[in-house]
Design a binder for this molecule. Structure first.
Ligand SMILES: [Zn+2]
Length: 101
């Protein structure tokens, strides 16, 4: 993934949740999934031609969408995103740890 993480470019290459400030991913490696929003504002906005980007952890995302007047629409996903072997190993370890609780 390109180093687009957060409102600032952090030299430690960690990805932060812009909402709560918690580290989401270290060195760009998947530790948990998160929302990344990238928006280029165009004319007819107060931010004409300004690009903005932010990240949000799942807990902050859940808090944000729970405040929506109209619920988020869900749809089925057939394909799982491509993960590296290292990511799969980390996900399997996390899943196994969760099963042992
Ligand atoms: Zn957060």
């Amino acid at each position: 993934m390109e180093h687009l993480e957060g409102a600032k470019q952090y030299p430690d290459r960690q990805i932060y949740c812009n909402c709560c400030g918690r580290v989401i991913n270290v060195n760009g490696k998947h530790q948990e999934d998160f929302l990344q929003v990238k928006k280029v504002w165009s004319y007819f906005s107060s931010k004409d031609l300004t690009g903005q980007i932010f990240n949000m952890c799942e807990a902050c995302y859940d808090k944000m969408v729970s405040s929506f007047k109209i619920p988020v629409e869900e749809f089925p996903i057939d394909d799982i995103p491509a993960y590296s072997d290292e990511d799969i190993d980390r996900l399997n370890a996390a899943y196994a740890a969760e099963l042992c609780k």
